[in-house]
Design a protein around this ligand. Sequence first.
Ligand code: E4P
Length: 218
Amino acid sequence: MKFFIDTANLDQIKEAQELGVLDGVTTNPSLMAKEGITGRENILKHYVDICNLVDGDVSAEVIATDIDGMIKEGEELAALHEQIVVKIPMIKDGIKALKYFSDKGIKTNCTLVFSVGQALLAAKAGATYVSPFLGRLDDISTDGLQLISDIRLVYDNYAFETQILAASVRHTMHVIDCAKLGSDVMTGPLSSIEGLLKHPLTDIGLEKFLADYKKGNS
Ligand code: E4P
């Protein structure tokens, strides 16, 4: 499973990259705003800065919601850096844009996916990634993990190449559950990745090993 980090914060991206297990980054307009990145030029520069920090795919979202606008913006984003993946919302013109970019060999990430039907459409349109938002479904008492599992079944039935990018991951158990369900990618905060490290028996065991070594070598 690929690990993406879901942030526009350069320090966190750098920290995740240094851990050596990072495969990419996802951003969205809210995450960019959170970092205070505003104005078209600054936003585009920030995407390039992110690409220069990581080795993998970097999702950059279009703001336009009409086909012509999405194509214009998506082409501008894709031209920024070879690692850019054009992130397109799951709306009618978004489907047309996914098909357009897919035909041109430009990578896409279909965002704001909340149903199997939407995921099926995204795959039919040739999306590189589909992003079901599991945390936001959990937030409204709907089983986000069930959606990941259902999309996996449908994609496997027809050998769709679209990769399932479990998005809106909120914590470490989401990461583990997505891995069990065969999600191709997960994107979440750095804490959701670092949480995989933790086990009290590891800490207790290491403390004992070091104490025993010290006894024999002092
Ligand atoms: C996906 O690409 C989105 O950026 C993200 O995962 C949304 O997560 P949130 O529901 O925590 O905002």
